[in-house]
Design a protein around this ligand. Structure first.
Ligand SMILES: *Cc1c(COP(=O)(O)O)cnc(C)c1O
Length: 396
């Protein structure tokens, strides 16, 4: 069993407390070495032979199986590649085909924008009278009617950290005859997930947040194994073909989740991700969850005692929350910039959310206390009022 934290496995800059691993995980030391090897020894020396000699062709599946192990899914049920936005599109298109007589996609109004944008784009492309409904998260279950084809929810809300009960919601969705899609962007590597136990049809997620795969790392998609044969891929690329190198004239989908792959896999990025995922070997997700709750509860306690200006914007009940804590403050952008200047990195989400992620792989309670002390300084000395913290960057 791996003891947490494992700070020695990451390249974290000296003096920084990193509370943004929910947005972009840090660099695993082994990933740097692997990337160099892939570029220099494999691409550089082997050239195109490396697809066979360095195992590039099997890498998407190897990585998919590693992810499967972290989300309670069987080996062979997770395909990797592309971005999460693309995987959302594929998931929705496949789900709608499974319920041809129904016309509603149900999500919630707190969902991450791209998930909703992709749904809107798909509806427009299909042009068959589909409709996207987005009630408030607490009202979703009341909206699961007979006209709903698919319910697409992000388990952990990116702003507040509020977490749906995956088993209960999936049961309600399936009882109404709809298809369940879970977006695990803020779940994979953050909380224990039991996809098989939930019975959900489809799940998607990204790997550059809690899984530390690096900026732009490939996304993943899970399909419940008994449904694979019924999934008609909307983006029928050659890498999802049953025999890509047979170069057949017509598309014939692979008989596994691999049918949801599209084009040539990003080998450098996949290799980095493969290395980053090895860190999870031997990590007990229940232990990680307990550590995450301890860190986040300590953070809430310390911050509320030191910064009375801030209002908790996350559920106080840790079991109703993922692995992040958010505070609302109307000058939250400037306050976060001031805090980052003090060496505590979180991020800001419009309109007023200061967001902090808790990642027990490389954080301990000492880090939490340092972060709270520096936050206290930002507010006590009104450091955020400095004009240099007022101008917004492109990425917040
Ligand atoms: C981070 C995140 C995304 C990002 O999608 P990309 O295509 O990887 O940019 C999408 N959906 C959710 C719920 C997210 O949290």
């Amino acid at each position: 069993m791996t003891r947490l934290p494992r700070k020695d496995l990451f390249d974290l800059p000296e003096g920084i407390v990193y509370l943004d691993g929910n947005s972009l995980g840090p660099l695993p030391k082994a990933a740097r070495a692997r990337a160099l090897e892939v570029i220099e020894a494999e691409w550089g020396q082997e050239l195109i032979k490396a697809w066979n000699t360095a195992g590039w062709m099997g890498l998407p599946q190897t990585v998919g199986d590693r992810i499967a192990g972290l989300i309670g899914a069987p080996a062979g049920s997770v395909a990797t590649g592309d971005t999460l936005s693309i995987k959302v599109y594929q998931a929705l298109a496949a789900a709608l085909k499974l319920r041809p007589d129904r016309k509603v996609i149900l999500s919630d109004n707190g969902n991450f924008p791209t998930d909703l944008y992709m749904a809107e784009g798909l509806i427009d492309t299909l042009d068959r009278g589909y409709e996207l409904r987005t009630p408030a998260p607490e009202d979703v279950t009341a909206h699961i009617g007979e006209d709903v084809a698919v319910v697409m929810l992000t388990q952990v809300d990116y702003r507040t950290g509020r977490m749906y009960d995956m088993q209960a919601v999936t049961r309600a969705v399936q009882a109404a005859g709809a298809v369940m899609i879970w977006d695990l962007a803020h779940s994979a590597g953050a909380v224990p997930v039991d996809l098989t136990g939930s019975g959900a049809e489809i799940a998607v997620g990204c790997t550059y947040k809690y899984l530390n795969g690096g900026p732009g790392a490939p996304a993943f998609i899970y399909v419940r194994p008994d449904l694979v044969a019924d999934i008609r891929p909307a983006l029928s690329g050659w890498m999802g073909h049953d025999a890509p190198f047979a170069m057949e004239r017509h598309y014939q989908p692979a008989m596994s989740t691999e049918r949801l792959r599209i084009g040539t896999p990003p080998i450098v990025q996949l290799s980095i991700l493969d290395e980053a995922l090895k860190i999870w070997d031997g990590v007990d997700m229940a232990e990680l969850r307990a550590a995450s709750i301890a860190l986040s509860q300590r953070f809430i306690r310390e911050v509320e005692a030191r910064c009375p200006e801030l209002v908790l914007a996350s559920p106080r009940d840790a079991t109703a929350r993922g692995s992040q804590v958010s505070f609302a403050f109307d000058q939250g952008y400037a306050a976060m910039q001031a805090l980052i200047a003090q060496g505590v990195i979180g991020d800001f989400r419009a309109p007023d959310i200061m967001r902090f992620g808790f990642t027990p792989l490389y954080l301990d309670e000492g880090d939490i206390v340092i972060a709270a002390e520096r936050m206290e300084r930002v507010f006590r000395d009104a450091l955020w009022k400095d004009p240099k913290f007022q101008t917004r960057s492109r990425v917040t």
